[in-house]
Ligand binder design. Structure first.
Ligand code: ADP
Ligand code: ADP
Ligand code: MG
Length: 537
């Protein structure tokens, strides 16, 4: 089976499973009298990088806030004191840990989840923000490693999301602390930067205690030694498990069943197919284009010609600053090429990478209705609204939504517009693993059912792998020159893309998920020799 059947279980994005009885006496924290309840707590372990993997709304950030000393766990009671907390954790390692955090003996540093909010809290230059954080005198080194040197004299307010993310990561790493917490590291970073950050965090873990919440499984796999699984009923309650080895933990998570705890956390497994994409029986082109190019300031984009088919999903991969958005704007006719021309007439709907809802005192319902001609149709409801779990958000204001909620609304808005080509720029940002899987399914079915083309720019290899029929590959030098090649079939496209990154992947034996090979391992060397960067067929 497909593993992810939207038709049969319309509300699977919100899973309702009872709280296991044996956890009832492990209540760590409850917001208000009947608010969200967190059970269990991850355990920082020395010399290891611990990951936390789980859906949005099961208390991962809450756990991080407790462990980093921003919040006292209230054990579900109003007048809990630290003494009660120490008593509750008596005899466990968490007791010592929390004692040290409460008395500030243990120093913690953390990178917040939403980097988009940093410019509101900090006005000034990148250099000033980093100088304030640089307790370990690592600024020079980190600026080089995270490519920040050229940004130091820029205003924080003028940075792109990917730049802010790297600055925030550097600021956390530069602190002099015993315990480091990163609440998501990959949003807005390209694959090259993700792998770089993963290696830096792994290295930190050799000497420090590091804990990371992350939804990009290829990157989590690379940076963590162990993972804690989070599960529950998003917004209702959440449970954080004991640590598991990173490979086993991710596999159990994907399968939806935790054998040790004997609990099913999702009614369906998330599966990867290792085979050629589905046959496209009638291959009909939607648009064809010849050579064209465009210069913007010091950046030049060259396109060698190609075509997009009806009913296909094209994955778009390439580094940040290589011209992907510029290409989208050219296709959409928003800007004109300097050389060559695009002479077709199709409408393009575009979801930008950064979604802003600053001044949006408008409900999700009114917003979607205003841009989507078919908002009230049963098609839109059953194919878009229900699988993206938007029903219960309809009366919320846009500016009250979390990052993941806003992302799902933006995907629905993009697919709801009247167009033939739909371009989604980084739809995975702030979505959890199940939401990525469901969004993937929605996007695929949308292209098939409507005879349209969907292009998805994304840096999550899992999402690209699940989603794409073909791949458009950008290469060149970020900020200077970009070239567009393809679309290729998945194998050729991935080989081309991954060889430029010098990274090889293999397939996990159990779940067939893509895993990064250790550099210079025998598999890595063999695959490079054969030119099979994605996996050995
Ligand atoms: P995650 O990081 O796994 O997405 P969070 O820890 O951010 O989850 O939130 C878990 C739940 O707790 C959510 O339903 C959220 O709305 C709720 N929550 C978070 N912070 C507060 C708060 N300060 N007061 C009340 N509820 C909160
Ligand atoms: P990507 O989407 O791959 O991250 P973009 O297409 O947004 O890349 O940008 C490619 C390069 O072109 C970047 O270096 C960007 O700074 C530059 N650029 C984009 N728009 C303009 C513009 N209007 N003027 C000058 N440079 C621009
Ligand atoms: Mg969170």
């Amino acid at each position: 089976g497909c593993g992810i059947c939207i038709k049969k279980c319309p509300n699977q994005a919100i899973m309702i499973i009872g709280l296991p009885d044996k956890l009832a006496d492990q209540l760590t924290h409850r917001y208000g009298q009947n608010g969200f309840s967190l059970y269990g707590l991850p355990q920082p372990s020395p010399g290891k990088v611990s990951g936390i993997l789980g859906p949005n709304g099961v208390g991962k950030s809450t756990a991080i806030k407790i462990l980093s000393g921003q919040m006292m766990p209230n054990l579900g009671e109003k007048d809990t004191t630290w003494e009660d907390v120490f008593k509750f954790y008596a005899g466990s390692e968490l007791q010592d840990y929390l004692r040290n955090v409460a008395s500030k003996k243990a120093k913690t540093a953390q990178k917040p989840q939403y980097v988009d909010l940093i410019p509101r809290a900090f006005k000034g230059k990148v250099r000033d923000l980093l100088a304030k954080a640089d307790e370990r005198k690592l600024l020079g080194e980190l600026s080089g490693q995270l490519n920040l040197t050229g940004l130091l004299d820029r205003d924080i307010g003028a940075l792109s999301g990917g730049e802010l993310q790297r600055v925030a990561i550097a600021a956390c790493m530069a602190r002099d602390a015993g315990f480091y917490f990163f609440d998501e590291v990959t949003p807005y970073l390209d694959i090259y930067q993700r792998i770089k950050v993963a290696k830096l965090i792994k290295k930190m873990g050799e000497e420090h205690n590091v804990m990371v919440v992350e939804h990009d499984l290829a990157i989590l796999d690379l940076l963590a030694d162990v993972v804690h699984i989070g599960y529950g009923e998003p917004g209702g309650y959440g449970v954080i498990t004991h640590p598991k080895g990173v490979r086993v933990g991710i596999n159990e998570y994907l399968k939806g069943y935790l054998p040790e705890e004997n609990i099913r956390i999702r009614p369906y497994p998330i599966e990867f197919e290792v085979k050629a994409p589905r046959d496209q029986k009638v291959v009909e082109n939607l648009i064809e284009f010849g050579n064209f190019s465009k210069t913007l300031g010091t950046f030049r984009l060259d396109v060698k010609g190609g075509h997009l088919r009806k009913r296909e999903v094209v994955g778009v991969v390439g580094q940040n600053g290589i011209g992907k958005s510029t290409f989208a704007k050219l296709l959409a006719g928003e800007i004109q090429p300097d050389q060559g021309k695009l002479d077709y007439n199709v409408k393009i709907s575009y979801k930008p990478q950064y979604i802003k809802a600053d001044d949006a005192e408008i409900s999700v319902r009114l917003y979607l209705r205003s841009i989507t001609p078919q908002f009230d149709s049963s098609y839109f409801r059953s194919e878009i609204v229900t699988p993206l779990a938007l029903e219960r958000l309809m009366d919320c204001n846009l500016n009250d939504l979390s990052g993941g909620e806003l992302q799902r609304v933006a995907i629905a808005a993009c697919l709801g517009r009247d167009a033939q080509i739909f371009i989604l720029d980084e739809p995975s940002a702030h979505l959890d693993v199940e939401q990525r899987t469901l969004a993937t399914k929605v996007i695929k079915r949308f292209a098939e059912n409507n005879d349209v083309t969907v292009c998805v720019i994304d840096h999550d290899i899992y999402m690209i792998d699940l989603l794409s029929d073909r791949l458009l590959v950008f290469d060149g030098e970020p900020g200077v020159h970009g070239e567009v090649h393809g679309p290729f079939d998945m194998r050729d496209g991935m080989n081309r893309f991954l060889s430029s990154l010098d990274v090889t992947f293999r397939r996990d034996e159990e779940t067939h998920r893509p895993r990064v090979n250790k550099p210079d391992s025998s598999l890595d060397r063999e695959q490079k020799k054969l030119g099979e960067y994605y996996y050995l067929p």
